[in-house]
Design a protein around this ligand. Structure first.
Ligand code: NAD
Length: 337
């Protein structure tokens, strides 16, 4: 066996430490060749070092170029800038990739959801260009550039081609934001023209929301600017069993940070109730990214077995198992093989 791959692990805030522990135990039990470098960020970073994004954490990601991240608290309407957004911008992680699928064994409202969301991850209203305009108004700038739009579109089409997906749907509101969303669409069309084997269409975001909750099976790859991509990610998670089961990856040219779609879940933090599956599936995306396909598949099979048996499911999935019990059930399945 070769040297283990060094990966920065940010346990995160809220349920982060609980689910990170679970993921570490499962990957260790499966023999995944990973050496974790645990680093702090968010509230935990602030408490320990006085800053929500300590230099050591940045340095670790810079060196390892790979991280698994738990959720981080972002205060609403005040406080420090989102560390998630800062990390995505610092490492130019322009592609936020979120596969949303019905998991075998997990009954959802729908049975035929198989979507992949490509969310532009560095600009749009998340560029953080905001200011007060006098006493009674505030302005946020929606920044859309040709460069960022072209590269996220290229990522979506390359993925479609590589993984045999049939269609890319660009999400927009260019009927209202003719210049910014118009530019996003223009770039998507240019890239689409280079991939004649992949079908391409466009849908206005509000219409998409309705279509998704009525007939999600009509969509394949969704290509969206940052804000719409963020919102439809949670909507799509709701189609397949909730935020506890949807993983994600933030990918740049030479660095990638893997994290679940969900946040810190303050309502259940510290109660041993959080579903570890979303973060675990994010870790499996990381394993696949570094070529550890077999280990990822073995763990995926164990998760499927636990979801199918339904005896160790956390409350969000309709069960009454603790995070620890679900983790142990997955590890038991790994040993059974
Ligand atoms: P949330 O995703 O934390 O929670 C929404 C709902 O989903 C809650 O009821 C929660 O209990 C449930 N949920 C989420 N993950 C779950 C899991 N693994 N198992 C079981 N139930 C789960 O969203 P929120 O409440 O809007 O945000 C809370 C905090 O998280 C905020 O500070 C927000 O800024 C932050 N946040 C961080 C990230 C990130 O780090 N990438 C993403 C989203 C939100």
């Amino acid at each position: 066996m070769g040297m283990p791959t060094k990966v920065t692990l940010i346990p995160g805030d809220g349920i982060g430490p609980e689910i990170s522990q679970s993921v570490r135990e499962i990957l260790t039990a499966a023999g995944a060749p990973i050496e974790w470098e645990v680093c702090l960020a968010g509230q935990a970073g602030l408490a320990a070092t006085g800053t929500p994004l300590p230099e050591e954490t940045l340095a670790s990601i810079k060196t390892n170029k790979l991280a698994l991240k738990g959720p981080l608290t972002t205060q609403i309407g005040e406080g420090y800038r989102s560390i998630n957004v800062t990390l995505r911008q610092t490492f130019d992680l322009y592609c936020n990739l979120r596969p949303v699928q019905n998991l075998p064994g997990l009954a959802g409202r729908f049975t035929n959801v198989d979507l992949v969301i490509f969310r532009e991850n560095t600009e749009d209203l998340y560029a953080g260009i905001e200011h007060k305009a006098g006493k009674y108004a505030a302005e946020s700038i929606k920044l859309i550039t040709r460069e960022a739009s072209l590269r996220i579109a290229a990522a979506a089409f390359q993925y479609a081609q590589k993984h045999g997906h049939k269609k890319v749907t660009a999400v927009h509101k260019a009927n209202i934001m003719k210049l910014s969303d118009g530019l996003f669409l223009q770039c998507a069309r240019e890239v689409a023209a280079q991939y004649p084997a992949v079908a391409y269409n466009e849908v206005i975001v509000d219409n998409l929301c309705m279509q998704l909750v009525q007939r999600p099976e009509q969509f394949d790859i969704l290509l969206a600017p940052n804000l719409y991509g963020d919102i439809i990610s949670d909507l799509c998670a709701g189609l397949v069993g909730g935020l506890g089961v949807v993983p994600g990856a933030n990918i740049g040219t030479d660095c990638a940070i893997f994290e679940a779609v969900h946040g810190t879940a303050p309502d259940i933090a510290g109660k041993n109730m959080a579903n570890p599956v979303a973060m675990l599936l994010s870790a499996l995306m990381l394993l696949e990214y570094i070529g550890e396909m077999a280990t990822a598949q073995t763990i995926r099979n164990a998760v499927t077995a636990v979801l199918t048996e339904k005896t160790a499911l956390t409350p969000d999935l309709g069960g009454n198992a603790t995070t620890t019990a679900m983790t142990e059930a997955i590890i038991t399945k790994l040993k059974d093989r």
